[in-house]
Design a protein around this ligand. Structure first.
Ligand SMILES: Cc1ncc(C[n+]2csc(CCOP(=O)(O)OP(=O)(O)O)c2C)c(N)n1
Length: 640
């Protein structure tokens, strides 16, 4: 369904159309753009509060800069809805995040205006710097390179690596720091306090305004700006350094803070900055959720729309369901961690910027001294956990599978080489769904199982998640322990089962059968059970084994299976290359088993966004896919 656009927005199909507007019309355009985002997301869902917060910034950037020739990079990209709408994608915007529709993040293959594909945080400055250095090498002097980065994303180490480099380059780089004091949850760390200090210091602001006026004049000198700036630079810098400006200390010219919702002023400031060469940073203050009261009030809840909602009141349309539903795996994790921590004072919790998303906030609230949000800093989260483990504590480091990719070296170098007993709980393992390929947790089975001193487990259901977590909390001298589980709900409405120790490296037979063996790893075992039920109608008797551990494998059970069955299917919601099925094939090859094996999982290609079930189907490991594979193996044609 097409959403109705306001009278100015209706005629904007590209930034060229936007540039035809008079500056005085930009406030109205911003209002219309904001409304368009609210109208669409209230019906179709998606990220929300962050895009509302950068509406004026988005309008001003596209008004001032010559995109797509000028390179505009949105960090993370969850705030780029306005950008998508202004750059020719308004008519398809209602397909945002839907299977085969627009991506929820900027994506190079989707539009020439998406200068860089994003999804994971803190990449924008590096990418923009690379582009700026390329332009300089090619002598494209007038080209602008802009990275828009939030204060949350700025906590990521990669952003600092990039600024450290940018500060010694002459690159034509503008970093726009969109400071709303929020990550998904309230932003954390000393940088946040620093940014607040800068924003609220009155002396600083008065002095800075004076400096800004001077710079405003300077920029009018156009091509001579570089020379004139350098004459002024000494005195300005002395002043700014006196204020110990972090960014100035890194050799980035610092401007701001300015009101990121005053579109007029933003246009003037950005126009002036265009003429100032070299690396620079503009600090904008915005409000997350701006213009939609419920989102302004509850910014974490509205980071993404909590469901379809009333676009005036914000009331979320709830489905009425009578019978008890299974909980989300993340909540089972959150409550179980607290339960375990209450009984064992060595247990600690670590999350890199995902307290709500992982439900670590349950322990953080109950035990603030034992559970920490460390910012968007996965590498640090892993090494910090390693440090805790050296001192005899029992860290549970919860990282989304996709974000764990960031910290692979830390897992190997800081945890596994030293054989430290750190527990990793990888949430959102498997397909993330609507977030798409940047967020799929496709690789963790493969990348974790190849590291020595690592246990890799996945629960079939809530009870197993609880028991695996409990097992991981019990004293063990050595070995890291990975527990991976998917986004969304499990299968057990009554999930508060008594905690029980599991034997590490032991799987279980969950359904007897004789014609074909289905070996599963994790939640997808439930699909195999469904498939086995369907197969009964075809008189096919499928056995289902929940292997629970991809490492160490249950060799005894496997030997039993491979001696009994000549047809074996493996099912996993991870990449086929190097994953769970690969582990079984390796075992078979090493032991000389000759059973026919069919592996189901994620193929060697980038899988786009869609619902989890759509993507499982696409890859053929949904219940019907498993059913069809088993029928084919047993010799019944699918079309029969
Ligand atoms: C490496 C990585 N870790 C975690 C996330 C999850 N994440 C998405 S947006 C976000 C908060 C970003 O905050 P900020 O940059 O301030 O943007 P805002 O939403 O406040 O506008 C987080 C933690 C991510 N995208 N990438």
């Amino acid at each position: 369904m097409q959403i109705q656009a306001g009278e100015l927005l209706e005629n904007i199909h590209s930034p060229d159309d936007l540039k035809k507007l008079d500056k005085s019309e930009l406030t109205q355009l911003s209002t219309e753009l904001r409304q368009y985002i609210i109208d669409t997301v209230s019906v179709y869902g998606g990220h929300f509060a962050s895009s509302l917060g950068v509406v004026e910034l988005t309008v001003a950037l596209h008004y001032v800069f010559n995109t797509p020739d000028d390179q505009l990079i949105w960090d993370v990209g969850h705030q780029a809805y306005g950008h998508k709408i202004l750059t020719g994608r308004r008519n398809e915007f209602h397909t945002n995040r839907i299977y085969k529709g627009l991506s929820g993040f900027p994506k190079r293959s989707e539009s020439k205006f998406d200068a860089f594909g994003v999804g994971h945080s803190s990449t924008s400055i590096s990418a923009a710097l690379g582009m700026a250095m390329a332009s300089s090498y090619k002598n494209e002097k007038d080209r602008q390179h802009i990275a828009v980065i939030g204060d949350g994303a700025m906590t990521g180490g990669l952003a600092f690596e990039a600024m450290n480099h940018a500060g010694v380059s002459n690159a034509n780089l503008l970093i726009v720091l969109n400071d709303n004091c929020m990550s998904i949850d309230p932003n954390v760390g000393a940088l946040k306090d620093y940014l607040t200090d800068i924003t609220t210091s009155q002396t600083y602001n008065r002095m800075k305004d004076d400096v800004w006026k001077v710079l405003g004049k300077i920029s009018k000198f156009g091509p001579n700006a570089r020379e004139i700036i350098s004459n002024f630079e000494g005195s300005i810098k002395t002043f700014l350094l006196k204020q110990s400006n972090l960014f100035e200390s890194l050799n980035l010219r610092y401007f701001g803070p300015i009101d990121g919702h005053d579109v007029d002023h933003m246009v003037s400031v950005l126009s002036d900055l265009k003429d100032i060469p070299g690396p620079k940073i503009l600090h904008c203050i915005t409000r997350k959720g701006k213009g939609f009261e419920p989102a302004e009030q509850e910014q974490t809840k509205w980071h993404a729309a909590p469901g379809k909602f009333d676009k005036v009141t914000g009331e979320v349309h709830k489905k009425v369901i009578d019978n008890p539903q299974p909980p989300k795996y993340q909540d089972v994790f959150g409550h179980t961690l607290l339960e375990i921590a209450e009984a064992n004072d060595k247990v600690m919790g670590v999350t890199p910027a995902m307290p709500s998303g992982s439900s670590m906030n349950i322990m953080m609230k109950a035990m603030p001294e034992r559970a920490f949000d460390v910012g968007i800093a996965e590498q640090h989260a892993v090494t910090l956990s390693a440090g805790l483990a050296t001192q005899g504590l029992i860290p549970f480091c919860n990282i989304y599978s996709t974000f764990m990719q960031r910290a692979y070296d830390q897992v190997i170098h800081d945890v596994c080489i030293q054989n430290l007993p750190v527990n990793f709980c990888l949430d959102r393992a498997g397909f993330s769904g609507a977030d798409g390929p940047t967020h799929h947790g496709a690789y963790d089975i493969a990348f974790m199982r190849t590291i020595p001193n690592m246990i890799v487990a996945a629960p079939l259901n809530e009870e197993e998640l609880r028991n695996l977590m409990y097992t991981a909390s019990l004293p063990r001298e050595k070995s890291a322990f990975t527990i991976r589980y998917p986004r969304g709900e499990g299968v057990m409405p009554d999930w508060r089962t008594p905690l029980k120790e599991l034997e590490i490296g032991k799987g279980q037979l969950v359904q007897e059968g004789k014609d074909v063996a289905i070996l599963t790893f994790g939640h997808v075992g439930n699909y195999a059970l469904e498939a086995a039920e369907m197969l009964k109608n075809d008189q096919i008797d499928a056995a289902v084994y929940d292997m629970r551990f991809a490492k160490p494998l249950d060799k005894e059970l496997l030997a039993e299976v491979l001696e009994k069955f000549d047809k074996v299917i493996t099912v996993e919601d991870g990449c086929l290359m190097g994953g769970f099925g690969s582990a079984i094939v390796e075992f078979m090859s090493d032991r000389g088993y000759k059973s026919t094996i069919k592996r189901l999982g994620i193929p060697d290609e980038i899988i786009e966004h869609g619902t989890q079930m759509e993507l499982h189907k696409q890859c053929g490991f949904d219940p019907t896919g498993i059913y069809n594979t088993a029928r084919e193996m047993v010799g019944i044609s699918i079309n029969a």
